[in-house]
Design a protein around this ligand. Sequence first.
Ligand SMILES: [Cu+2]
Length: 493
Amino acid sequence: MSTALLAILCVALIAIIVVQIGKVNELSAKIRGEEEVQEQNNNRQGLYMIVFMIVFLVGCVWTALYYKNYMLGFGPHDAASKHGKALDFMFAVTLLVTGIVFFITQILLFYFAWKYRARRGRIATYIPHDNKLEMIWTAIPAVVMTFLVIGGLDAWNEVMADIDPAEDFTEIEATGYQFAWHLRYPGPDGQLGARDYTMISGSNPLGQDWTDVKNADDLHPGEIVLPKGKKVRVRITARDVLHNFYLPHFRVKMDAVPGMPTYFVFTPEMTTEEYRQKLRDYKEYQLPDPNDPEKMLWETFNYELACAELCGSGHFSMRRVVRIVEEAEYKAWLAQQQSYYLTSIRGTADDPNKDVLFDFEIKQRKQEFNDAVDKALQSTSAADKTLKFNYVNFEEGSAKLTALSKYELDNMVDALNKYTNLAIEISGHTDNTGDADSNQTLSQQRAQAVHDYLTGKGISAGRLSATGYGQTRPVDTNDTEEGAPKTAAPNSK
Ligand SMILES: [Cu+2]
């Protein structure tokens, strides 16, 4: 407040001085003659021009140096991606070229104002038109601009180039909505599954088509984690209004438009940790973090994803942390992520594939089963020797096997064919709802159904026995609707 008052007083004072000088000039002009005073005045004004030029240009250089750490590509604001460095370089070249022009024109402007000030006996030259001059000051800027524009186009084409499918790259997807980013990573298959906006629902935020097997392993992580040094292609889209996918440290910025998928390809070149170590050298980052005073600002630094399109009242909350890590750490992180489909959709009412098994599930279940068989054969404990048919089910209140049960039963057939001296007891169980006697009968029928399936596949009946235990020995909490998991207890002969 007091500074502002002081500034106002200074301005007022200067104004008064100028007015007073004017009055003195008027008075002395009357005494010494108008012309002489006018000439002195012109000389003084010319000198002021030169003084102003020096102060102004020195001020320009000083502020540019003083604030250089606030500019992209300088100081702590280094680009963390390959193309980001190219873009920063272009900015620097443009700044240099326009800077040179700026200094030349400013110096000439003030120098001429001084040199050609009015003097006694000097008459101004009148030049109505000069073709040569017109040519020169059109041609030089045109040539310089051409180089800058071509350089810019070249950089643009390089930055916007799509990926060659033969290249090794990671593809992720970011969907903006009010007010967050929903991220999607391809699972082990490396491919993102199909989407359709009409399929968007509470349980299907991205409208993924669950009948597309590529969707089965897709991940929905809460943060962006990417490996250093590998090309990333980001598919960018929006669910409601315009958003903008902005990674300032990587010089990535692209609109997210509903109904019009866009993309951006970039290669992160510094891990978060490396960037922090670099920031450590700058005193503006050697201050305690206001949110975590135990740590310095450079220690708590994170790359971020922001929305760069004012998309509504919660716009600010679209920030997400971006972590760049070494390849090994990335793989470990990826291995921890779980498929959205398998954890949230598979087997629920929203699953259109309830009656089908995916190839990878068949393989995975076979592996699980074979491991259990191997364990049973090696172990002496009764618990290990009891194999549970996790995926054999019956229709409700009946001994009719469901269609999907055959996969696990076929695994059993394979195991029996492989270990020819293996014999098993098939035990049938039910839950304890309903009448004990009928449960007993049902469990016996169900054990028999499994027995019949196996003999139907060529296993000799002599190696199998089937017993119903009713509800007397519940195998586990019956979480299947059919209510009757079966156990098969292999006995080595
Ligand atoms: Cu937004």
